[in-house]
Design a protein around this ligand. Sequence first.
Ligand code: ADP
Ligand code: LRH
Length: 499
Amino acid sequence: VSKPSCVLAFDLGASSGRAIVGRLDSEAGIVTIEEIHRFSNDPVKVGNHLYWDILRLFHELKQGILQMKHLGYTDIESLAIDSWAVDFGLLAANGELLGNPYHYRDHQTDHVMDKVIDLVGRENLYAKTGLQFLQFNSIFQLYALKERNPELLQRADTFLMIPDLLRYFLTGEKHSEYTNSTTTQLFNATTQTWDMELIDQLGLPGELLLNPVSSGTRVGALTKEICDELDVPSIPVIAVGEHDTASAVVAVPALEEDFAFLSCGTWSLLGTETLAPVLSEQALAWNFTNEGGVYGTNRLLKNIMGLWLIQECKRTWDKEGKNISFAELVKLAEQVKPFQSFIDPDDDMFLNPEHMPKQIQQYCRETDQIVPQTEGEIARCMLESLALKYRFILERTEQLSGKKYQGLHIVGGGIQNELLCQFTSNATQREVWAGPVEGSALGNLVVQWISLGYIANLREARKLIRNSFPVKTYLPQDGAGWQAAYAAFCQVASRSTVK
Ligand code: ADP
Ligand code: LRH
């Protein structure tokens, strides 16, 4: 009887991080997971800038490793990290971190995108990178730094994305991982290398960039210093699909070849997997993105503002001493009248406002709608609008891919919001298949097992996940009501130009 294999995943979302041990019983074809550590990820504002607390995050990784030891996991075969995309740290030549990595919602990139587009051209940038225009892509962050803080770039020797950086802290080795590199908007989707022409044209320091390793590559092991500090044996480290969305899509338990997915957390990432980037005029006009996936896959998708809206309302209300949990908010939303007012979740005004509830109200006022007043009314407005936006993007995904999807797979923390899952089924008038909740962590785990030789390929990995975790099916309800709501939503959103 072969022994189960245990590996450790660190999955860092924009709202929280977790350490999860996965156990693979190859004979039974079953994966089980244990969350051994969870921590909040709290960005820190200093002066006018917003940063990630990178050293705190590294501390939490160490806590996860300690917890692994305390729980008696003595046979962890490897570990890996995945996190949100686009953000990075800069190292000096001596290997020390220069400054704190900026949060992608920092205002340093406001208005920078237009400048860069003026310089290199929108069509050209899209044809090269295939990436959607989001004001915080690494390209715009680097350009903002070049203008605002050139000394920092001059001192820098190496550019590392967040998981690359944390992995460097763990192993002492510097490597760029492929999936995350593709989110910078500096990576050429066709040549599959850094686009040096683009980088030179913008005067960005291309010499800081490392050639990416492909996802699934072994990239060192815990340093001796860390092993001594934590009193653990050295563990091999693997660069999985380190972009959390890449890992989330690995974990979509789809048995069919063509499927649509929604990775639902701080962001809602909705789209499909394709064999090659879709760089059509229509894809550009609709601002869809092509991100590199593991094992040669491409993710054609669109960012939707997602549960950030809810998180920010909750954070504001918590500050006011109301302390409403996510589950309570959902209950409050359930109790109020449906279809009162809608927002376009992707209006720029929701990217990082001071006061999200007031911003929602402001949007409704400006668009001559009923202004939601209570927490429940505001939450309902956001949840209905998100579900309607999912329909909008799902239909565009179908048009771009030329495929029809019978239903929508949803993975991620957001599936704990069952009202949103039901709304999504109603809005799209299709089945919704929700699960697993720990999508990114599972994608991280199975890619480790593929690298270690326990799982043959991506297809087998998805089958294994399908057999190991429950998927909840939601059936569409109230077609007429939601159809009318969709018409009203499109009308409102077109005023803020539906993106
Ligand atoms: P990220 O990885 O981006 O940090 P997650 O995938 O962890 O995000 O999802 C976090 C979101 O899940 C929260 O913003 C919240 O809206 C939702 N959520 C978490 N727990 C619950 C719950 N018990 N009920 C409803 N929603 C929940
Ligand atoms: C989701 C995510 C998404 C990116 C955003 C910055 O966590 O990685 O894919 O667009 O964060």
